[in-house]
Design a protein around this ligand. Sequence first.
Ligand code: GLA
Length: 377
Amino acid sequence: MTDRPAAGSWSAPGRVNLVGEHTDYNDGFVLPFAIAHRTHAVVGRRDDARIRVASTFADAPVEVTLDELEALFPSEGAPRVAEWAAYPLGVAWALRHAATAPPVGVDIAIASDVPVGAGLSSSAAIEGAVASALTDVWGLGLDPVALARVGRRAENEAVGAPTGIMDQMASMLGRADAAIFLDCRSLHAEVVDLGFAAAGLEVVVIDTGVTHAHATGGYRDRREACERGADTMGVRALRDLSVADLPRAEQALDAETFRRVRHVVTENQRVLDAVRMLHAHGSAQIGPLLDSSHASLRDDFEISTPELDTAVDAARAAGAIGARMTGGGFGGAAIALTPHDCVDAVRDGASAAFVSAGYPAPHVFTVTPSEGARRDA
Ligand code: GLA
């Protein structure tokens, strides 16, 4: 891109993952879609070499020089900047590693309507909006896949969360009324029509309000278990095992690692099955795959929570044709593929189930498969 706007407005969406959970960092398959909730970044070029970020998440802006970026993100330990600012500044840092950028400062103002901590990838939305803005303003000409890699690098190395690339790819590549079928090894992406409206279906999100943090704890443990499983099985990644290999894996692995591996292997197969069904029969057929994905995440990967299980059970009882937790787990949201006529019943059923279990009321809303990152003005 030779056109270098002095200022403008860019945005990128959050995402919902239809199926394919904890498969991305195993080089496997995922089927997310971008949602209409977006993060906006208004960016203007400065006359000096400073970066200033302001956000509706924070009381005060953060300002550093371009030269100071490197020291903010030491290779060991936490970022030396407020957590919210590590996302946009981490993107600037990763972009300047990915391409030769001019020593031109920028002002970045961020606002978002992607719920934070709900498993809808508010972080990838920030990364996508800022990366899209900076590649344009700095004239770097990076394509959407390169920008997704920049976002992941910011997340992994600047913020310190050991995530895969699904969220960034979904946020960059999303299309209206479609999912992105992504091979996380090759990064080959295929747009798969969902046709929810034609099938009379909606995706209802039930946000449990239980927030999660992927920088620590369970997510990292699960990732390590997967790497251990792949090592013991002598494959580069769990993507290289199929369902037919599971009996052999059961012999070779301890019981817990085997359950983790079985989740990933069967989940990869569910993504392939879902894509085939979407092509052959449309979205009305994929409900049972969402249900079995949830059971696998709950029983084998053990990353669901009582709140998520309650949400999933209540949604099904109220007429959803399939439901599952979505995102990294340990909290966040469930999704329910729901006939249009049952959306109110799912909302009421989930709320009632939460009240009777003694949980705070969930936040229930619908999401629409939408466009990925773009320049808006
Ligand atoms: C989080 C991570 C993704 C992916 C999911 C689980 O959203 O950011 O990379 O691993 O969890 O599927």
